[in-house]
Ligand binder design. Structure first.
Ligand code: ZN
Length: 82
């Protein structure tokens, strides 16, 4: 399974991301917007200091097969277990 780099949603939106293929931090929770179908999901995974998310992330929508390892580009939150 490949590891996909996700860019942070535009700063200033400061909310749960609705932009496909991006991540956001909102109220100390990390959200990712599926690049394939646009569904937003909350991450309850481990995040390393470099932004690697483990285990892999899968879209919860039944009709969508997006399932990859992701890296949060620009992550500066340190090592976290969400
Ligand atoms: Zn999806």
């Amino acid at each position: 399974m490949s590891r996909v780099l996700l860019h942070r949603a535009h700063a200033g939106r400061n909310a749960v991301t609705e932009d496909r293929g991006t991540w956001s931090l909102w109220r100390d929770r990390v959200y990712v917007c599926c690049p394939d179908c646009g569904t937003t999901l909350r991450i309850d995974h481990e995040i390393t200091e470099t932004g690697d998310v483990n285990p892999s992330v899968g879209c919860p929508t039944e009709v969508c097969s997006w399932h990859v390892y992701v890296t949060l580009a620009g992550w500066s939150g340190g090592h976290r277990n969400l």
